[in-house]
Write a protein that binds this ligand. Structure first.
Ligand code: NAP
Length: 178
């Protein structure tokens, strides 16, 4: 029997809890791009269909699974999945140890109830609205690392790289199962 992979959400989140204004990622942070590229290189990824379409051309050396409700959607790269459970089962069948959910808001919300780990870049900027990152319930998650980088000549915003591990099962129903 294949083992379920770890499910990790990786995201850059504003100080008021948004991942995007709704028109793409609103900051340009080379250190975060390198962190994202390095963490996901060679890995299996789960992406909402909209984020997948934004990132087309970028998946060299990565295996994207595209979350969509459209049964006729045919990704140019990777495979279509209809649920987070299907993505986890497919990854498990290929011996994948960790699946990285790269967003956006819909894909994070679908996966949050069954996520094991969060790799968050906290960006010191407020967006005031847009696409939200799901609530991180402090009764379920423990921060295990945090590294701060101040703003500098190539980073308009300060940022923190933080990792959280789940220590308590979610009380939310898994949207993936709906
Ligand atoms: N800051 C960050 O780290 C970060 C990371 C990634 C993306 N983003 C931003 O996030 C924004 C996109 O987020 P979004 O929420 O609009 O779109 P999204 O999550 O990328 O994609 C949404 C689509 O995924 C599919 N989907 C979502 N939940 C599903 C479920 N439970 N079951 C089956 N299919 C499901 C649907 O596709 P169908 O319509 O095909 O059915 C839905 O329309 C963009 O602006 C992007 O730049 C930011």
């Amino acid at each position: 029997m294949s083992t379920r992979p770890l499910l990790t959400l990786i995201a850059a989140v504003s100080a008021d809890g948004f991942i995007s204004t709704g028109k793409g990622v609103p900051w340009d942070l080379p250190r975060d791009k390198e962190h994202f590229r390095g963490t996901t290189r060679g890995q299996w990824l789960l992406l909402g269909r909209r984020t997948y379409e934004e990132m087309i051309g970028w998946f060299e050396d990565r295996h994207p699974l595209v979350l969509t409700r459209n049964p006729s959607f045919m990704p140019q790269v990777g495979e279509r999945v209809a649920s987070v459970d299907e993505a986890l089962n497919l990854a498990a069948a290929h011996g994948v140890k960790e699946l990285f959910d790269c967003g956006g808001g819909g894909a994070y919300a679908a996966a949050m109830p069954c996520a094991d780990r969060l790799i968050l870049t906290h960006v010191d900027s407020k967006l005031g609205g847009g696409v939200p990152f799901p609530t991180v319930n402090s009764g379920e998650w423990r921060q295990t690392s945090r590294q701060h980088f101040p703003a500098d000549s190539t980073h308009a915003q300060a940022l923190d790289f933080a990792t959280y591990e789940r220590f308590k099962a979610s009380t939310e129903p898994s949207r993936a199962a709906l």
